[in-house]
Design a protein around this ligand. Structure first.
Ligand SMILES: Cc1cc2nc3c(=O)[nH]c(=O)nc-3n(C[C@H](O)[C@H](O)[C@H](O)COP(=O)(O)OP(=O)(O)OC[C@H]3O[C@@H](n4cnc5c(N)ncnc54)[C@H](O)[C@@H]3O)c2cc1C
Length: 401
């Protein structure tokens, strides 16, 4: 049967997540003392919340049951992550926030069992944080890592020696486990290799925490220099030359989990402005009764729903074993735009209060700007979508699964 109905156990889990967010997480947003210097949840309330999420059986839904997670499919994650992200503190409380979320998914899919025991399990347990180290300042790797990466890992006996310069590495200041992408040959398709290193290894340093316009993930966004870091060959993921494959596996799901969280935030933005729109009067009418306001609200709600459907379609394809490249790209473009539109609409309809710091909207507005850049700029995703259309033609592009 063709259906978008949720299976009963998933709906039950969604409701438990929703109740947890409503009762345990949202009230914390009201107290400025619960925020750290990066405008994220401070460590003390976070540890308390994480312990409570574990007790409630809501921890790490994206990870296998055998490793302490809930074994959810990507489609299941879509339902739960959206619910978690009703609060700015939600995803990290359940261990579903970037970049740990994407790094765990990457290691779960690409690492050997021994590598998982050493590098993945402590992240799942919430004992360490992680970072993905790919992007470089110009003229190095950005949108085109395969063609432009300059950081090198030179094989010497049973180790690689790394030299290079990276930046915008989310969470680097607090991370212990790092996934590094570096060049191991000049081959265009198999020139990059992914490998793991620990914070305490010598031969690299954090140059600075880059100031950004929005709130930060824990550990900030950092600029790093590598000057002789030695990585044993057993820390390579999947094999030498398969770095782009590792990246694609990581990013396919990680991009979509961004969409899942952004949808939750977009819905919250509308939720925040609704009481004002229902009650506030101007020129003898409630805002909600004005047609131009209805146009704004209706269009925004529809853009969010389009994003939800694209995200779910991509999730179902990933669960079916498809790489879902064009589906993930379409979801990423649409949801990033829907998030902007939702927050902007909510601010507009709340007037001056929308521009104040009395609501979370201005936080969300600054946060939302990264959505069109991280994990591939929207222009690059449009290139991917157009590439699929040109390659597969109308029949291939719009085929049913
Ligand atoms: C908040 C944040 C967190 C991040 N976290 C991480 C992280 O943890 N680890 C990491 O490795 N990286 C991280 N990044 C980096 C991010 O992945 C890159 O910013 C992204 O891949 C784009 O690379 P770039 O910034 O070098 O842009 P460039 O490659 O210089 O591109 C600049 C602009 O050019 C345009 N453009 C590029 N290619 C095309 C094209 N084909 N067609 C049309 N226009 C194009 C786009 O408008 C693009 O925004 C983060 C970035 C941000 C903002």
């Amino acid at each position: 049967m063709i259906s978008l109905d949720l299976p009963a156990p998933l709906e039950e889990l969604r409701q438990r997540v929703a109740t947890f967010v409503e009762q345990e997480i949202l009230p914390l947003e009201d107290d400025p003392a619960n925020f750290d210097r990066g405008e994220n949840i401070a460590e003390r309330p976070l540890s308390h919340l994480r312990a409570r999420a574990k007790e409630a059986g809501l921890w790490c839904p994206q990870m296998p049951v055998a490793r302490g997670g809930l074994g959810q499919s990507v489609a299941g994650m879509a339902v739960l992550y959206e619910e978690m992200a009703r609060s700015r503190f939600g995803p990290v409380a359940f261990n579903c926030a970037a970049p740990d979320d994407g790094n765990m998914i990457c290691l779960e899919r690409c690492a050997s069992e021994e590598q998982k025991d050493r590098w993945l399990q402590p992240i799942i347990d919430g004992r360490v944080r992680s970072a993905i180290v790919m992007t470089e300042p110009a003229p190095g790797s950005g949108s085109d890592p395969a063609g432009m990466m300059r950081t090198t890992a030179e094989r010497r006996g049973d180790r690689y020696v790394v030299h290079g310069h990276k930046w915008f590495i989310t969470g680097a200041e607090g991370a212990e486990h790092f996934i590094l992408l570096a060049r191991t040959s000049d081959d265009r398709r198999r020139g990059l290799t992914a490998m793991l290193f620990h914070r305490d290894q010598p031969g690299w340093e954090i140059l600075r925490r880059i100031p950004i316009m929005g709130p930060e993930e824990h550990g900030g966004h950092c600029e790093l220099r590598f000057d002789g870091l030695e990585i044993p060959v057993e820390n390579v993921l999947m094999g030498e030359g398969l770095g782009m494959r590792v990246t694609q596996i990581r990013l396919a799901v990680a991009r979509l989990t961004h969409c899942m969280r952004w949808l939750g935030m977009a819905r919250r933005a509308l939720e925040i402005c609704m009481p004002y729109v229902r009650e506030r009067e101007a020129f003898g009418l409630r805002l909600a009764d004005k047609e131009s306001v209805q146009q704004l609200l209706g269009d925004t709600a529809m853009q969010i729903e389009v994003g939800r459907l694209l995200t779910m379609r991509a999730a179902l394809k990933l669960d079916a074993g498809d790489r879902a490249r064009k589906e993930v790209s379409m979801a990423k473009i649409q949801v990033a735009d829907a998030l902007h539109k939702a927050v902007d609409t909510a601010i507009q309809l709340m007037g001056a209060m929308g521009y104040s710091r009395d609501t979370p909207l201005e936080w969300m507005y600054r946060y939302a700007r990264q959505a069109r850049l991280v994990d591939g700029a929207s222009e690059v995703h449009r290139m991917v979508v157009a590439g699929a259309l040109l390659r597969d033609g109308d029949r291939g592009f719009f085929s049913w699964p």
